[in-house]
Design a protein around this ligand. Structure first.
Ligand code: GLU
Length: 290
């Protein structure tokens, strides 16, 4: 049997903090324990927020922690053709449509819908897409695209869910409400998620699914903040005919006030801790892996 494959997939849009250290160390330890490989993937599709100096810092901070990974590192910005191919596959199934509303227009539409009662929120707490771009005639879609308007390419969730049903995943860790074992996927709770934008042929959901499959990742170890996104990932895997990995979601490291750590909070940054004299063993201890 091929050895299991793990991956740590940070975005270079800030410096790593204790939460990243926990996730990276769990991946590293699991890979070792299972006789598997650990890959490092740089999730840098958002060119407006990602910077080369943050990427360089990721290598330095992980190396300092004593984490080793297989090379080459996969940098998402270098693989846009792979995501475009997946997007085209979904489009050929009739599951993708362009939506032209700006953020402000979406907020206005949601406010309008809320006049009749609460409008559904996705598992991250954002309102699900309230527009009806799905029903624009094809000629109108082309006209709006040709006029140069920005747009998002959205998944027709209802149509996608009609194609595949009964999706589950094997949760080796734990969801935020203690979910474990066989978990039923509920992608419909996300509404018509964005798969790509005019200027970039992918999104977090699409590229993560394509990359995990292309890289043969068999066990995904990541934070519980992505537990519910797994429903969308399982749906995309099924639609694209990709293999199903196992998932191991872990608890999040929180600050003294119980808040999720942020890349801008200096007190929990790995660079700051190192500069203040912390050791890699000290970081392991701080995240409960000592
Ligand atoms: N790039 C994502 C992040 O930094 C992680 C993606 C994943 O593990 O699926 O939060």
């Amino acid at each position: 049997m091929a050895p299991p494959v793990f991956r740590f997939a940070p975005s270079p849009n800030g410096h790593l903090h204790l939460g990243h250290a926990y996730s990276a160390l769990l991946n590293f330890d699991r890979a070792r324990e299972a006789g598997g490989r650990l890959l490092l993937r740089i999730e840098d599709i958002d060119a407006t927020r990602c910077r080369p100096e943050y990427e360089a810092a990721i290598y330095e901070d992980l190396g300092w922690l004593g984490i080793a990974w297989d090379t080459p590192v996969r940098r998402q910005s270098e693989h846009l053709a792979d995501y475009r191919a997946a997007l085209e596959k979904l489009a050929a199934l009739g599951l993708v449509y362009p939506a032209f509303e700006s953020r402000a227009e979406i907020a206005r539409l949601v406010a309008g819908r809320e006049a009749d009662g609460p409008w559904p929120r996705d598992p991250d707490g954002a309102p699900v897409y309230p527009g009806d771009a799905k029903s624009l005639p094809v000629s109108e879609r082309s006209r709006l695209i040709d006029s140069g308007l920005p747009y998002a390419l959205r998944l027709d969730m209802a149509a996608a869910c009609r194609r595949v049903s009964g999706l589950t995943w094997n949760e080796l860790g734990e969801g935020p409400d203690g979910e474990r074992g066989l978990v039923v996927a509920r992608p419909e709770a996300w509404g018509d998620v964005i798969l790509a934008r005019k200027e970039i042929p992918t999104s977090y959901h699409l590229s993560v699914v394509v990359d995990d499959a292309l890289q043969g990742v068999s066990e995904i170890v990541r934070g519980q903040d992505l537990f519910h996104a797994t429903s969308v990932h399982r749906l995309l895997q099924a639609l694209l005919g990709l293999p199903e990995p196992a998932y191991r979601h872990h608890t999040l490291i929180r600050d003294a006030d119980g808040r999720k750590l942020s890349k801008s909070d200096r007190s929990t940054g790995l660079r700051e801790l190192r500069a203040a004299g912390s050791s890699p063993a000290g970081v392991r201890k701080a995240v409960g892996l000592g």
